[in-house]
Design a binder for this molecule. Structure first.
Ligand code: HEM
Length: 419
């Protein structure tokens, strides 16, 4: 058989609409699979169609001869369906119509096999059957016997399939090893983070309890000498320590819980926003900021503590940067294709366009905000918390004209209310 060294092979850098993406072009080029191959395969196609039936039967005899493959084929209806799919698959090899759709269909086959647990070595062994059978039917005598040279080539092919299987295994093992290592690191970090969260919560709650005790003592020992207003202030400080302590417990329980999806339920955005604003009330009052809140705040799909914290983080930014006395914050909501879009608009200094893209990244602070105290984590937390609730967050801003943060939150699955 002549060796074909003049075949025109698609160049890796050439692009062709009829072929498809660069990935495909590169693949074909590296395999030296070109127009001559295409022409030959297409010429062979009618012949292949002639023996596709017995070829598929031989293919399934092979699969049934081994426990490793036959255990996937207990259902006779499935086998019937697969035989017809197989026939088409085999013929499509000879149609040599290589485009992105072809790649996609082939990947889907791999995905289907992977989903049911069929290992690549079975797939390769089955492909070997295809090739061996095709050789014998195309080039063999009446009994499928080949010349010694062709038998040698077929033996070579079997070894190639063996090698392919072993190499693929090595690639998989390496990938799995890397994933296992990453997972190990993830679990270790997770456990450490939980331990840290518990310690931090303990460390935060202990001084709160001391403050509550001091308040109690102050009222018990000196209550008689205090004006009523002073007593009321101390009582309100004591109440705040309890609220703070409850909040730490809530935060700890939601942030260290594994099953995030199971925590999602129908929650009132009104309660979340009111609670968040409550915490900001002293600063709002001190800066004499006006806050407008829409009165039609809906029930959304989320988790109350995370929802409250996401609103709190964005609102606390708005309060921090809104100008004293003339500051205005507007909280609004409107329907959205996924549920609701909330907006929190302020008339603060705004965010420069170059900072807008990174404001949700951890420790990124807008250049207009650097003089204000802050960790650079508030908006990052807001985004993470909204992500957990399967929502989205984005910001629009104009320098000197304020910023608006938009939250999209899903409606509960059985929601009937509108706004
Ligand atoms: C040359 C090798 C093979 C080819 C070309 C091939 C081709 C296909 C194709 C085209 C499908 C349909 C995929 C879809 O559209 O979802 C399929 C499904 C399937 N194949 Fe294969 N196959 C091969 C090897 C094997 C082997 C070795 C086994 C058994 C060990 C097997 C068992 C199955 C099963 C059980 C399904 C159906 C999965 C499902 O839908 O639940 N195949 N195969």
């Amino acid at each position: 058989m002549p060796v074909d060294s003049n075949q025109e092979i698609p160049s890796p850098s050439s692009t062709s609409e009829s072929i498809g993406s660069q990935t495909l072009i590169d693949r074909l080029a590296y395999l030296e699979l070109g127009p001559d191959d295409q022409a030959r395969l297409r010429e062979f196609s009618p012949l292949a169609a002639g023996f596709s039936e017995p070829l598929v039967e031989a293919f399934y005899r092979h699969l049934f001869a081994f426990e490793a493959s036959s255990k996937f084929l207990h259902d006779p209806h499935l086998v019937d369906r697969l035989k017809s799919v197989q026939k088409q698959h085999f013929l499509s090899l000879t149609e040599a119509d290589w485009n992105d759709d072809y790649l996609e269909r082939r990947r889907r086959v791999g995905q289907t096999h992977a989903n049911v647990g069929i290992h690549p070595e079975l797939f390769l062994g089955a492909y070997n059957r295809y090739v061996q059978e095709s050789f014998r039917r195309y080039l063999g005598d009446d009994e499928g016997k080949l010349t010694p040279q062709l038998e040698t080539m077929l033996s070579l092919l079997k070894v190639v399939f063996l090698d392919l299987g072993l190499s693929l295994e090595a690639y998989f093992n390496q990938a799995t090893h890397a994933i296992r290592k990453a997972l190990d690191m993830y679990w270790k970090a997770n456990i450490e983070l939980r331990q840290f969260a518990h310690l931090a919560s303990h460390d935060l709650k202990t001084p709160l309890a001391t403050v509550a005790n001091f308040c109690d003592e102050a009222i018990d020992e000196f209550g008689g000498q205090m004006p009523d207003e002073a007593k009321a202030l101390i009582e309100s400080a004591r109440q705040r320590t309890f609220r703070m302590s409850r909040m730490i417990d809530e935060l700890l329980s939601v942030t260290t819980s594994f099953d995030l999806k199971a925590q999602l339920q129908a929650v009132s955005s009104q309660v979340a926003i009111t609670d968040a604003l409550d915490r900001l009330r002293p600063l709002v009052a001190e800066k004499r900021i006006t806050v407008h809140v829409a009165d039609n705040l809906p029930t959304v799909w989320g988790e109350l503590v995370r929802l409250r914290e996401s609103f709190y983080n964005v609102l606390s930014n708005a309060v921090k940067y809104a100008p004293a006395a003339t500051g205005v914050i507007k909280i609004d909501v409107r329907p959205h294709e996924l549920g609701y879009e909330f907006s929190i608009a302020d008339n603060g200094p705004g965010i420069p366009p170059q900072d807008l893209e990174t404001i949700f990244a951890p420790f990124r602070r807008s250049s207009t905000h650097r003089d204000q105290p802050g960790s650079g984590l508030g908006l990052y937390f807001a985004k993470t918390l909204i992500d957990y609730q399967e929502g989205t967050i984005r910001a629009e801003s104009k320098l000197g004209a304020g910023s608006t943060f938009y939250f999209v939150l899903k409606a509960p699955p059985d929601a009937t209310e509108g706004i």
